[in-house]
Design a protein around this ligand. Structure first.
Ligand SMILES: Cc1cc2nc3c(=O)[nH]c(=O)nc-3n(C[C@H](O)[C@H](O)[C@H](O)COP(=O)(O)OP(=O)(O)OC[C@H]3O[C@@H](n4cnc5c(N)ncnc54)[C@H](O)[C@@H]3O)c2cc1C
Length: 435
């Protein structure tokens, strides 16, 4: 009998496994991909990490908690193997985070949000944006720039690598090329059927406790244990493009212009389709590679297995390129279409809940009783990475039972991420219909 099985080795499953083994639990992490991670939501080297929010904002909290947890992880790895010299800078690239708001939205948010903000941030109107940040912004918008250590970008690939190292050093097991094909509850244990994707052989494992963190596949894994979950979490596809300025054009930019570009990345517009861009790769003497997309450009998925290889829509790619050019115009750098090179574009996947609030919670079985031996971490949408170790900590605590007193913000986060499924289930199913 396995003690705890964690299904899914993306940011959430790996974070939860690390927090479980850190507390001495015997854990096996099951991942269907090979050791080389190529196609989950956590694929890639950059996600925006940001902590702007009001004083008691749960999303600022999860970011700050993740930073603290990563500092602890690095300290552990360096103590275990002092020669390796792991550093937090391999995971975070600190940079100012620029947000563009419409003036009306900002006024609404500011009433209850940033006024109480403790972080270092500055805001500028169209009249002051050039003086303050060297940017020309459209009428009726406001630019907010957050400047805080470890806000900027977080690197999922590096973080997963280090979490895996930590897990192994604490005695945890990680099994690659193992796909969970069914999960059933028997009297007092879970029976998990696993397909070895290389040999095509299947086997059944028994586990006392389970964490389901399989990203877009969470719903299909839960289809026997909690079939209502297809109404709780929905996978969406989001296109992203990797763009750069052609080398010839980049060489023509002055040093100040090149600096200004770096200072204004990551950039996150809160308007319309919510254009975002960040630096994916920085190389000396050549244009950085930017990752760009629109957070509101999400679409339903027909075939989850094919979505990674489906060609992105031309219209969406054109929109991203146009926003990319517009962004440079704000920096008074004018690029022709030909001066922008598309390195790569593909569909990425994430899952969302109806409320768009992530879920870290014990769940009800199909008969309506809450099972405290299973935890699901899902519905992370476009904000999961920056808080992954907070979600992992909460998941581990739910499964092991938290010891000692918890802080007020922690309790607030547990409630916020735990409420949706409980509420949805009790409100809907117990009244005889789903929602
Ligand atoms: C385009 C895009 C932009 C984003 N931008 C940001 C951002 O700027 N800031 C931010 O904080 N977050 C961002 N995110 C969100 C963040 O990347 C995700 O929330 C996070 O990576 C989700 O991790 P996960 O572990 O839940 O899912 P995944 O990374 O998908 O992990 C699930 C894992 O489960 C495995 N698996 C699936 N089925 C099985 C099975 N049957 N058996 C075994 N293993 C299985 C998969 O192979 C995968 O490795 C973005 C996401 C996307 C897609």
């Amino acid at each position: 009998m396995e003690n705890i099985l964690v299904i899914g080795g993306g940011l959430m499953g790996t974070s939860a496994t690390w927090k479980l083994v850190e507390r001495g639990a015997k854990v096996t992490l099951i991942e269907k991909q090979a050791e080389n991670y190529t196609n989950g939501s956590s694929y890639g080297t950059a996600r925006i990490s940001r902590s702007l929010g009001p004083k008691k904002d749960i999303f600022s909290y999860v970011h700050n908690k993740t930073v603290k947890e990563i500092i602890k992880l690095i300290a552990f790895l360096n103590t275990e193997n002092p020669k390796q010299k792991h550093s937090i800078e391999e995971i975070y690239s600190t940079a100012p985070v620029s947000y563009l708001f419409s003036k009306n939205d900002y006024a609404e948010i500011d009433k209850f949000k940033f006024k109480k903000q403790k972080n270092d941030y500055r805001k500028a109107s169209p009249n002051s944006a050039f003086r303050k940040f060297g940017m020309t912004i459209p009428e009726n918008t406001l630019l907010v720039r957050e400047m805080r250590q470890f806000s900027g970008t977080i690197n999922p690939t590096e973080l997963i690598k280090k979490l895996r190292l930590g897990i192994k050093q604490k005695g945890g097991q990680i099994k690659y090329n193992q796909e969970v094909i069914s999960l059933e509850k028997k009297e007092d244990y879970f029976e998990v059927e696993i397909l070895n994707t290389k040999t095509k052989k299947t086997r059944k494992l028994k586990a006392q406790k389970v964490v389901v963190a399989a990203g877009a596949y969470t719903v299909s894994i839960l289809n026997q244990f909690a079939p209502y979950f297809n109404k709780v979490i929905t996978p969406k596809k989001v296109v992203q493009s990797f763009l750069k300025i052609t080398d010839t054009r980049f060489e023509q930019l002055t040093e100040e212009e090149q600096k200004a570009i770096l200072n204004a990345q990551p950039f996150f517009s809160q308007i319309g389709k919510q254009y975002f861009s960040m630096i994916e790769k920085l190389e000396k003497d050549s244009s950085p590679i930017f990752k760009a997309g629109g957070h509101q450009m999400r679409r339903n998925i027909r075939n989850l297995d094919k979505v990674w290889t489906d060609a992105p829509r031309k219209k969406e790619l054109k929109w991203i390129k146009k926003q990319f050019r517009k962004y440079f115009e704000m920096l008074e750098i004018y690029l022709t279409k030909k001066e922008i090179e598309v390195v790569e574009s593909y569909n990425c996947v994430y899952t969302e809940t109806r409320s768009k609030i992530p879920l870290v919670t014990n769940i009800f079985n199909k008969y309506g009783s809450l099972d405290t031996n299973i935890v699901v971490i899902g519905g992370m949408s476009g904000i999961g990475a920056k808080g992954c170790l907070a979600y992992g900590s909460i998941g581990a605590d739910l499964l092991l039972g938290k010891k000692g007193k918890s802080k007020k913000m922690y309790r607030k986060a547990v409630k916020a991420f735990g409420n949706p499924s409980v509420n949805l289930y009790t409100k809907g199913v117990k009244r005889g219909r789903l929602f």
